[in-house]
Structures are given as C-alpha cells and as structure tokens.
Design a protein around this ligand. Structure first.
Ligand SMILES: Nc1ncnc2c1ncn2[C@@H]1O[C@H](COP(=O)(O)OP(=O)(O)OP(=O)(O)O)[C@@H](O)[C@H]1O
Ligand SMILES: [Mg+2]
Length: 468
C-alpha cells in the first residue's frame, strides 16, 4: 500500500511566502495547506492534523511562539518549524524551549528549508521522545545576562541553550572557548534559562585553590575530618541543590580530583570528607575550559572517561575574530553599559573609531573589546568616542598567511611570478628604509651592490624616487 502523502501546514501573513512554500512543497511531492495567522493555525491543526508545520513568528494577533505553545498542547509530537526575520537570543531560546523542531532565520535558503522539512517528517516516524516539560521564559533574568551577537554561530548557541533547558539535569554541558569568549556568561545563561533557575548557581574555579582545599570546597567535610575541621561544612555540590554547578577551568583538575569527580558524575553520589553517608548530587554540571581538552585527553593529562561524562553537550564559543560582524553591536552594548556606570552620555563612535575596533583581531576576545570600550568611555568627555580614545591597537600578524596569486597552472611560471612580486617589494622596502641609498640598502640586505642594482634594473625600480 502506498503511504499517504505528507501534509504540511504553512503559516504566514505574507502571501508571497505562502505561495513560494506551496510551490517548493508541491515539487517535493507533499500536500500543503495554509493559515494566515497563529489562531487560524491552531484551529487547522486541531481540525485536520498535518504531518508538519512551518510557521513565521511575526504575525498579527496570535504570533508564532504563542501558536507553537498551543499547538504543542494539542499535539506534542507534531514537528513545528519556526521562522523569524529578526533572530534575537530570546526568541531562539524560547522557540527551542517551547519545543520547536527547528528555528530558522531569514533570509531563507530553499535547500535548508527542504532539508529541515525532510528531517521533520522523518522524525514523526520514530517514536517521539519527550524532552521534559517546557519552561516559561524569564525575560527579566535574561536581560541581566544579556548576551549580544547575531551571527549565525551565536544563533546556533542560543538554540542550544534553549534545548539544554529541556534536558534532565544529569545532562552535563561542556563550554569550550578561548579566554574572554564568554564561557562564564553562557554558563549563567544556561542556568537562568533552566527549569531550576530559582535554585543556586554555584561557580568554582578549579585553579583558584590548592588541591586539598578545592576538594573540601567541593565535597564539604564532617567535623574532625582533618586537623582544623571544627564543624561540619557543606560543599559546593550540596550548596548547589538542584541548581547548577559551574566548574571553570576544569582542564586543570588534578588526576585525583578528576577521578573523584568522575565518580560523582557516574553515581550522582559522593561523601563529605570524613563522612560515610553518601549524599545525592542533583545539580547540573556545567564545565568550561580554554584548553584543547581533546589534546589533553590524547596526551593522557585528562581522563577520557571523565571527558565523555562532562561532554554530553558541547558548546564551542567562537573567538571574536571569527564573528567580526558582532563587533559594532558589542561595542554599542558596552558603550551603554559604561555610560551608565560612569554616568556619561556618549552617543556613539566616530567612523574612524569604529573602523579601528572592527579591524582589530582581539586575542583577548569579548573581554578585550569590553576593556577597550570602558577605557574609551572614561577618556571621552564629548558626545562621541573618537579614534584617539581607542588608542593604538597592536597590529597582529594575521592568523592566515596572505593569499598569493597563482597566475598559471604551470608550477614554474606561477612560482616565478610570486618571486618577482616579492623581489620587487623587497627592493622597494629596503630603498625606502635607506632613503634611496643603494649601497646602504644592499649592505642591509646582505647583497652585493651589483646584485642589488641588477635586480633594480630588472624590475625598473629607481633609487631617486626614494630620496627624501
Ligand atoms: N556575547 C557577549 N555579549 C555580551 N557580553 C559578553 C559576551 N561575551 C562575553 N561578554 C563579556 O565579556 C567578559 C568576559 O566574559 P567571560 O568572563 O564569560 O569569558 P570567559 O570565556 O569565561 O573568559 P576566561 O576564559 O578568561 O575566564 C564579561 O564581562 C562578559 O560579560
Ligand atoms: Mg571565565
């Protein structure tokens, strides 16, 4: 028997989009029907359940997020793909928390839409896995941990935070990223968006304390567990309750503590130092490191079994130089932050100042940008931050070698061309340093004067043009 055709409900208030999607789905062999707002979508889902829904978020009346919530109440396993023109962190997180199958930002790529719809349809053939109850989105909390960034890489991370919040607390999260990329900020955002946001967020830096102290900080101790233990003290594992334990710089844990932590994660149980009554751990573990943990595992400095336990979900934060489009946004965000802190009323950046900020490579990532803006706000008395308040930024070797022209498929020809470019540039550089003095330029280059001149002739370089 031929299986019935998949039916897709398209929800949008834009006729052009409705039409375009209908055409695409027709070509792919699906049936489709439409709704023009959220309320109509909910009614149609009940009246005639589709195989999947693709729905815009911004619509008059009941918007896409509200409609999603209602649809999921009616039919929890129906895959709903949400689309938005303006992706903010809040909507991405909320969409995933409410159980959206996917969340796409415009401009849409037809290939991506097709692929997502195909995945959505195949998901219903498998038995649906309930991901815990959706939590309500707490906008106020999110504002406190405001994370700025609109690049696609960041959007993916927001979605991940939303998805994490629907997982049980024993799903550990490992945050990787260079220094200053926002690891702690994201750890807090995970907590703030979790079902246990009201419970404690307990952060501990694994390098801040000597090993024995760290152990008693984490595990707590009973009276008399060691000299000086005059009373019982609860450790961080207990302090966190059903909240979140954030272990920062986890790559630096000693082998002994790695082993103890492994046991805690495996058994969800531990003993206070000097205690013999096992205690339960109910909090979620979020860990972070700026080390290459894979490499540490390879060279046996970090336990592989622990790595797998910590790394159930990984968030890889991109360095700022790989998402330069976010620099202006972040700069304005920090400008507002420091305007408020330093009681200033600066309106923005001069073009030149912004250019400087955008050109820079930020080895210290977002933290470095934040420090630069803070300093500039302090130094600025006028309305606008000028380039001189940014100061001189160290120029950095580009992480990528410059791309060289390949002028011919014949190796020797291409090689000669590049060598020619180099030789000419080198001569000119040396001559400009020596202000056109050929003998000095040749000496500095460790070449004979004759050779230097021969090359000058070859490339038509003339010394007088470098005289001062
Ligand atoms: N996407 C972002 N939006 C807004 N602020 C950010 C963002 N990322 C980082 N920051 C800010 O940059 C600073 C550094 O962030 P954070 O301390 O979380 O980095 P980190 O990765 O933990 O750094 P380290 O590895 O050095 O500990 C903080 O003030 C944080 O608020
Ligand atoms: Mg940190």
């Amino acid at each position: 028997m031929k299986s019935p055709r998949s039916r897709i409900l398209i929800v949008d208030d834009d006729e052009k989009i409705l039409f375009a999607f209908q055409e695409v789905f027709k070509k792919d062999g699906y049936d489709s029907f439409i709704a023009r707002d959220g309320a109509e979508a909910v009614t149609k889902v009940v009246a005639s359940p589709p195989s999947a829904v693709i729905m815009d978020i911004t619509m008059p009346g009941l918007d896409g997020l509200e409609a999603l919530k209602k649809i999921k109440q009616q039919n929890p396993s129906l895959p709903v793909i949400l689309i938005t023109g303006f992706g903010t962190m809040q909507t991405a997180i909320k969409a995933m928390q409410l159980g959206a199958f996917e969340y796409l930002t415009k401009p849409l790529d037809v290939g991506v839409v097709r692929d997502v719809v195909r995945r959505a349809l195949s998901s219903i053939s498998r038995s649906p896995v309930s991901g815990g109850k959706p939590v309500s989105f707490n906008a106020e909390v999110m504002n406190r941990y405001e994370i700025v960034g609109r690049t696609p890489g960041m959007q993916e991370i927001y979605k991940l935070i939303g998805s994490i919040s629907t997982t049980p607390t024993h799903t550990s999260v490992l945050i990787l990223g260079e220094s200053g990329t926002g690891k702690e900020l994201f750890a807090r955002a995970i907590h703030a968006n979790s079902q246990n946001a009201q419970e404690p967020f307990v952060a501990i830096n694994c390098t801040a304390l000597p090993e024995t102290l760290l152990e008693s900080e984490l595990f707590g101790y009973e009276k008399g567990a060691f000299t000086g233990a005059q009373g019982r003290k609860l450790g961080k594992f207990e302090d966190a309750g059903r909240g979140t334990i954030f272990l920062d710089e986890v790559g630096n844990l000693s082998p002994q503590l790695q082993q103890k932590l492994l046991r805690v994660l495996q058994e969800r149980e531990f003993n206070r130092l000097g205690g013999n009554e096992p205690r339960h751990v109910e909090a979620r573990f979020v860990t972070a490191t700026n080390q290459d943990l894979h490499a540490e595992v390879k060279r046996k400095a970090f336990r592989e079994d622990l790595f797998f336990r910590l790394n159930v979900v990984t968030i890889q934060l991109p360095p700022l130089r790989e998402r330069k489009e976010d620099v202006p946004l972040l700069a304005v965000h920090f400008l507002m932050k420091y305007n408020e802190q330093l009681k200033k009323n600066i309106q923005g950046f001069s073009e030149e100042a912004l250019h400087l900020l955008c050109e820079y490579q930020y080895p210290g990532n977002v933290r470095e940008l934040e420090n630069l803006v803070e300093r500039a706000v302090m130094l600025t008395n006028g309305n606008v931050i000028l380039a001189n308040a940014i100061g001189e930024l160290p120029s950095q070797p580009s992480p990528h070698p410059p791309s060289l022209p390949i002028v011919s498929t014949v190796f020797s020809k291409s090689r000669l061309h590049v060598i020619g470019l180099f030789e000419k540039q080198f001569l000119m550089h040396q001559l400009s340093l020596s202000h056109g003095n050929v003998t000095a330029a040749a000496t500095a280059s460790r070449m004979t004067r004759q050779n230097f001149q021969r090359l000058m002739k070859k490339y038509g370089v003339e010394s007088p043009s470098f005289k001062k």
